[in-house]
Design a protein around this ligand. Structure first.
Ligand SMILES: C[S@@+](CC[C@H](N)C(=O)[O-])C[C@H]1O[C@@H](n2cnc3c(N)ncnc32)[C@H](O)[C@@H]1O
Length: 292
């Protein structure tokens, strides 16, 4: 059986069933699923799939007209951008930040709320590895099959992923003792109290939101729920650069705004801090230095 395009293994030749990305001399991208006997028709002549199968990634292949194409497996970043989706696109810069700010680690027990296209699930599954587990709640039944197909394209063995058809606002959170909760839903403040019940001490709640009014409302809910400490909100800007021998400058276009990432730590309920008790320190006057 063909292995998945994103599976670890550096120098495996390309196999039937894999998705590869072809690049022409102008770096234009063409996505091709390899089939024995198949043909891919380009503006520079047809390419036989059989010439690609067994070829090494990173090599050049020729069309029947003698034109060259570079062939590579897609990275997770590329694969996520190309997923068929039914919801707001999530950018790889934010996926990376979700994994780091959410401190998603190998073996973690994670609850995700809001499946969408499954891109975030795939990134979490790759970070938690086979020893971890991921449960995702999704309220729209019609997105689940498509998301599962997307995840299967990106993760070698998603058997540690369970998707539940569930309205988290109405039905709440059943899981307990969670290490991390990742929410990508429009009203996460409605789930803050339940998230505090479901996370273990030291656990992390992470929410991804597109607007300032939403992060304000979430911030208020986190402040009122005394079991969450150290709330932080970040926004990441990624500015691509154009680098050639003749010119080095930022690209003319960039994605100006995607979303905000808010995190908070599940702790004991905050105590009334009281007045700080400061130790009295005896101040000894320094002796004059004989050399000065
Ligand atoms: C922006 S999308 C999530 C995108 C996802 N992070 C991804 O990588 O594709 C939000 C998802 O949350 C789901 N959703 C909204 N409210 C929900 C709720 N109360 N319970 C569960 N899922 C909900 C929506 O149906 C939608 O699929």
């Amino acid at each position: 059986m063909a292995k998945k395009a994103t599976e670890k293994s550096a120098f495996r030749p390309l196999e039937a069933g894999e998705v590869v990305v072809l690049r022409d001399r102008r770096e234009r991208r063409y996505r091709v699923k390899l089939k024995p006997g198949g043909e891919y028709h380009t503006h520079m002549g047809p390419l036989s799939h059989d010439d690609l199968i067994g070829h090494e990634e990173g090599g050049f292949v020729l069309t029947t007209k003698g034109n060259k194409f570079l062939v590579l497996r897609p990275t997770l970043t590329e694969a996520v951008q190309e997923l068929p989706r039914h919801s707001q696109v999530i950018y790889s810069k934010d996926l990376g930040a979700i994994l780091m700010h959410g401190d998603i680690f190998p073996g973690a027990r994670v609850l995700e709320i809001g499946l969408g296209s499954g891109a975030t699930s795939a990134a979490i599954l790759r970070a938690i590895g086979q020893e971890g587990s991921l449960v995702t709640y999704e309220v729209r039944e019609e997105v689940i099959e498509g998301a599962k197909r997307n995840i299967a394209e990106l993760v070698t063995d998603p058997s540690n992923h369970t998707v539940q058809l569930r309205d988290a606002y109405e039905e709440g959170i059943s899981e307990q003792g969670l290490d991390r909760i990742v929410m990508d839903v429009p009203e996460p403040w409605r789930l803050v109290e339940q998230a505090a019940d479901a996370l273990r001490p030291g656990g992390i709640l992470l929410s991804y939101l597109p607007t300032v009014l939403q992060i304000h409302q979430l911030g208020i809910a986190l402040q009122e729920e005394r079991r969450f400490q150290l709330p932080e909100t970040v926004e990441l800007l990624e500015r691509p650069w154009h680098v050639t021998k003749q010119s080095i400058r930022p690209e003319h276009r960039m994605i100006a705004h995607t979303g905000f990432i808010t995190t908070a730590r599940r702790c004991e309920p905050a105590p009334a801090w009281g007045k700080p008790v400061v130790e009295t320190v005896e101040v000894v006057e320094a002796e004059a230095d004989p050399l000065t």
